[in-house]
Design a protein around this ligand. Structure first.
Ligand SMILES: *[C@@H]1O[C@H](CO)[C@@H](O)[C@H](O)[C@H]1NC(C)=O
Ligand SMILES: *[C@@H]1O[C@H](CO)[C@@H](O)[C@H](O)[C@H]1NC(C)=O
Length: 320
């Protein structure tokens, strides 16, 4: 009897959320105020990280900027301060968990409070074919894009104990494309981590912690420079403007939306992957030129690496 009642409730809830979310597409819910919140952004020195810092500043939040490159991180801080915002910078290698732990303590000591919003933005890609990709680069991608998500939990360990904590965001790109298998593997891992954490928080009834998973299409930050799909398709699906992408992501964060794909058209691949036969997806990829879209990107990376290696001493290049 109870089972049947629960089943009925569940079905009604499922329908309710479908309707509610459909309405929300047209009538956006009100965004929540975040002035005074302490926001930590990883990979704050580059592309999306810098824009996130500026957007959070516009909303009145204080930002803590982490990046491995102190000079680009300082530039972000400067921009934030010019806007009248408060920023602190830390030079952190998120692949090094001791470094993350040490800096998490430092942030707490320096600012006297816990981070309340965490934006896991740092990401890298190797840009090599499977067999050409050096071991260190594979490991590096996994460490930055996936392992680091575990180490930053020390920023607010209270997350499992109290009802008053941080909100988490991860930026991800969840399409599987050939030639970036390090990246795709790490991002799938990140999505798995994110969803599991979201379920855990709900199961343990940790109120006040919201998670937002951001899945943008390729963003024009230079990370995938050269990447190109079929021209006719690109008219409908051009690389995302970084500013647009961050604004959409911000909006999702501020209305506690659990998942956002930017642009909306990119919800379709999720659906297709689940519903259609593998071969159907393959021909669709081929039609759109997605199958080989990373070829020119790999060439770009090769050129950059050889320029870089001539100038320095053979250290592989990584892009944030
Ligand atoms: C660090 O950032 C600066 C400024 O953006 C850039 O010129 C430099 O190449 C970066 N260093 C590395 C190692 O990527
Ligand atoms: C984040 O969590 C804090 C609690 O620490 C809460 O006050 C705030 O409303 C939340 N903000 C966002 C943007 O989720």
């Amino acid at each position: 009897m109870i089972f049947l009642m629960d089943l009925q409730m569940m079905i009604l809830d499922v329908i309710y959320f479908i309707l509610r979310n459909s309405v929300r597409i047209v009538m956006r819910p009100r965004t929540k105020p975040i002035d005074g919140e302490l926001v930590l952004i990883t990979g704050a020195g580059g592309g999306l990280g810098r824009l996130f810092a500026q957007e959070f500043t516009k909303q009145g939040a204080e930002v803590v900027l982490w990046d491995i490159n102190s000079s680009s991180n300082e530039q972000t801080a400067k921009l934030v301060r010019e806007m009248g915002g408060k920023a602190s910078t830390y030079t952190v290698d998120v692949t090094n968990k001791e470094d993350v732990y040490r800096n998490a303590d430092l942030v707490r000591k320096d600012l006297g409070r816990d981070v309340t919003i965490l934006v896991n933005n740092a990401g890298v890609v190797a840009g090599e074919r499977m067999l050409d990709c050096p071991d260190e680069m594979v490991e590096r991608t996994m460490k930055v894009n996936c392992h680091a998500l575990f180490w930053v939990r020390t920023l607010n360990p209270l997350v499992y104990k109290t009802n008053d904590i941080s909100n988490m965001t991860s930026a991800n790109f969840v399409e599987c494309l050939s030639l970036v298998n390090d990246y795709c593997a790490s991002k799938f891992a990140a999505v798995g981590f994110h969803e599991s954490l979201a379920h855990e928080l709900l199961a343990e009834q940790v109120e006040g912690v919201k998670t937002t998973l951001v899945c943008p299409y390729i963003v024009d930050t230079g990370m995938f420079e050269g990447c190109k799909i079929r021209e006719e398709v690109e008219l409908f699906l051009p690389p995302l403007e970084p500013q647009y992408c961050v604004e959409q992501a911000m909006n999702a964060i501020l209305i506690d939306q659990p998942l956002v794909c930017i642009p909306r058209l990119t919800y379709l691949p999720f659906l297709f992957r689940a519903l259609l036969p593998w071969e159907s997806n393959v021909v669709a990829y081929r039609f759109m030129g997605s199958d080989k879209c990373m070829y020119p990107f790999i060439d770009t990376m090769k050129k950059q690496a050889s320029n870089f290696n001539e100038a320095t001493s053979g250290i592989p290049t990584y892009k944030f």
